[in-house]
Design a protein around this ligand. Structure first.
Ligand code: MOS
Length: 693
């Protein structure tokens, strides 16, 4: 082990405690867990977008040496679809989207399983399918207002009247494409059955979430399902809930009586089996008075959902509380299609929604003749516009001002298309970022005092690669008033006390509050010099301030863009993000979170675009050869900064989530910079070269 010489105090840039294990390859990810005599599973996926399987001949596959079984709807055990229809695999011959699981081959090796999958002969009855995202009445509906992601539509004042009376108006429609979660570690699971108990070594964002969903689907007592995720190579939301492959592995392992079954999805399989950010079409209408104050805000979002299961992206939600505006209308509609089920992907809703809103804000700033930074400052609300609640802290203006200073914004010439050097047009752009700050109650932590003077801290949270293990160790050390070296944190599995999901940027706040509570109770019970074996388990109380303040993190994104005047090629040599996200627990891992979010925002702005072929219902560019994710060569200078923000209301540590806000606003800042460079306003992501010609 290397000597971790830096301090573990809260805020210090402590190196990742699991860093050496990760870079030396000794940290074990799901698929690498040692199990005896494993078999390998390859999912069978539907080749049509809608219809039913009328015949599935598995005999050629079963005849292949090394094949142990082929699961299909004809031989699968019955499952409950109450928790999640996606998990209730192989319950009927019906096909709702191309790529849907219709079976699985289990064999001695991954290669045999994959080969045998190609030998299964499937006869389909084809039904007409509809997979093209658009705004036709026949596919558009308003989701139930009880949908927890989006809430009720909002209609305050009279938007139409205010727009008609406005001195300045913007009415623009923006589109964002399907984008796909591509964590470094693809989804993988190992299922082991022993004595009627199921153990899953699974790459996920919440081992308890996996247990809570898998157990009832199988009709099992949750206590008999054990889930381990000691190390996870990213997820971005797609690992927030278990997907079909986890259930396939569990079913196969049960059928094969004691042989562990391993399943690692390929990139291609991930494009239909683990969710994606759905395409959106968003209309934003803004009205402003002669002083550049917004009088009307309308944000109408249309997003894609799947016929087999509703998923509602909350694209218009950020506009509910972002800027002043007496009249506002916020609506969400869904277009239901025969497509794979969308899911969360880093800042689901805010990422796409703030692209639209913050581009419209730039358009309005230009229309009003006000500097885009100044325009946002001018429209800063004193209280949360929708709820009327005070903000627990809101330092967007400081982020904008400090960012403008650092970025060199202040002497910017607003004239578009005039900075030209060696055939490249350059420009700068800005956008605001926001993401809600919340904690999920109900997590528990155990603290025990161990021989040798160590504090054992246990919490069943998953570190999906963000650095939670390290940040939580620092929080525990501070709460116990001991050096971080005296803390030994155990996390990642259902063997530790229940913890909430690593999602919604809520992890560190939720688990940290729990650990702080456990530390307080431990000290109250056992004092500063506890006896060996002393132990306390505690649950954090719900935050009493949660309903009294609007709680969000904020940020300002700045980008410099160069667009080639002849080819339209677009490059981003420089980005700066300044964030106000409460107290920062670990300066090193926090910087990585912001940096990673901003890089993903750059990727969203310039590259990511899942192309669906409406004739067949599949994603044409369904791998990393065709679906480009920003690589090193695409990324210029990315600078991250944050304010020293003190928020006494969010939680006992004063911290806000930082996992998602980094991506928010980046695409708008880049698009706004491209407009400044070229004079061309592109309202369609990604910002590809042909759009600037
Ligand atoms: Mo995040 S999209 O809540 O994993």
């Amino acid at each position: 082990m290397t000597d971790v010489s830096n301090s573990g105090k809260l805020g210090e840039p402590l190196e990742r405690l699991d860093g050496p294990a990760k870079v030396t390859g000794t940290a074990r990810y799901a698929f690498e867990q040692p199990v005896d005599d494993p078999l390998y599973l390859h999912p069978l996926q539907a080749d049509i977008a809608r219809g039913r399987v009328v015949r599935i001949d598995t005999s050629p596959a079963e005849a292949l040496s090394g094949v142990h079984t082929v699961l299909t709807h004809e031989n699968a055990e019955s499952l409950s679809s109450r928790v999640d229809v996606e998990l209730a695999v192989l319950q009927s011959p019906e096909i709702g989207y191309r790529g849907q699981v219709i079976g699985a081959v289990v064999a001695d090796t991954q290669e045999i399983a994959a080969h045998a999958a190609g030998l299964v002969e499937v006869t389909y009855e084809r039904h007409p399918h509809d997979t093209v995202f658009r705004s036709d009445d026949e596919i558009v509906y308003t989701p139930d207002g009880s949908n927890p992601m989006i809430g009720e539509d909002l209609d305050r004042g009279d938007v139409d009247e205010a727009l008609a009376a406005a001195e300045y108006a913007v009415d623009a429609t923006y589109t964002t494409p399907a984008e796909y979660n591509n964590p470094m570690e693809p989804h993988a699971t190992i299922a082991v059955w022993e004595s009627a108990e199921l153990t899953l070594y699974d790459s996920n964002q919440g081992s308890y979430t996996v247990r809570d969903m898998i157990a009832p689907t199988l009709g099992m007592d949750p206590q008999r399902v054990h889930v381990f995720a000691p190390h996870v190579g990213g997820g971005f939301g797609s690992k927030g809930v278990p997907h079909a492959h986890v259930m396939l592995a569990a079913l196969a392992a049960r059928k094969l009586e004691g042989r562990p079954v391993k399943c690692a999805l390929s990139r291609r399989q991930m494009f239909s089996l683990v969710g994606y950010r759905p395409p959106t079409r968003q209309r934003v209408r803004l009205g402003a008075d002669s002083a550049g104050r917004l009088t009307a805000t309308e944000h109408s979002a249309l997003e894609q959902t799947a016929r087999v299961k509703e998923y509602a992206e909350q694209s218009a939600s950020a506009a509910r509380n972002m800027y002043v505006s007496a009249n506002r209308r916020i609506t969400n509609e869904l277009a239901v299609l025969d497509v794979p089920v969308p899911t969360w992907m880093r800042a689901p809703g805010e990422a796409g929604g703030m692209y639209a809103l913050e581009t419209a804000m730039d358009e309005m700033a230009l229309t009003c003749g006000v500097d885009p930074v100044e325009f946002r400052v001018r429209n800063e609300p004193e209280r949360a516009p929708e709820s009327g609640l005070p903000f627990s802290s809101r330092n967007l203006v400081s982020c904008l001002r400090q960012g403008a200073e650092m970025f060199g914004w202040n002497d910017r010439d607003p004239e578009p298309g005039v900075r030209r050097e060696n055939g490249w047009l350059s420009g700068t752009g800005v956008a605001a970022a926001t993401f809600p700050s919340f904690s999920i109650p109900g997590s528990k932590a155990t603290i025990g005092y161990e021989p040798g003077g160590y504090y054992r801290v246990e919490i069943g949270a998953v570190d999906l690669g963000t650095g939670s293990r390290t940040a939580l160790s620092q929080i525990a050390a501070e709460a116990l008033e001991v050096p971080v070296e005296a803390v030994r944190l155990h996390l990642g599995s259902t063997e530790q006390p229940r913890a909430s999901i690593a999602g919604g940027s809520s992890g560190t706040a939720s688990w940290g509050s729990t650990i702080v509570q456990a530390a307080r109770e431990f000290r109250a019970e056992h004092g500063a010099e506890p006896a060996e074996g002393a132990e306390t388990t505690a649950e954090a109380a719900a935050n009493p301030a949660a309903g009294e303040y609007a709680m969000n993190a904020y940020g300002a994104q700045f980008a410099e863009v160069a667009v080639n005047a002849d080819s339209g090629e677009i490059r981003v040599p420089r980005m700066l993000g300044v964030f106000a996200a409460g107290r920062i627990v670990n300066a090193r891992t926090a910087r990585s979170q912001f940096l990673g979010g901003m890089t993903m925002g750059l990727s969203m702005a310039l590259h990511e675009h899942g192309v669906l072929d409406g004739r067949f219902g599949h994603v044409v560019n369904h791998d990393l050869a065709g679906y480009h994710v920003a690589g090193n060569a695409d990324v210029g200078s990315v600078e991250v900064s944050w304010l020293d923000e003190h928020d006494p209301h969010v939680n006992p540590m004063g911290i806000k989530g930082i996992g998602e806000i980094g991506i928010v606003g980046v695409a708008a800042a880049i698009g706004n910079a491209a407009r400044h460079a070229t004079g061309i306003r592109v309202r369609e992501l990604p910002l590809t070269p042909e759009k600037f010609l």
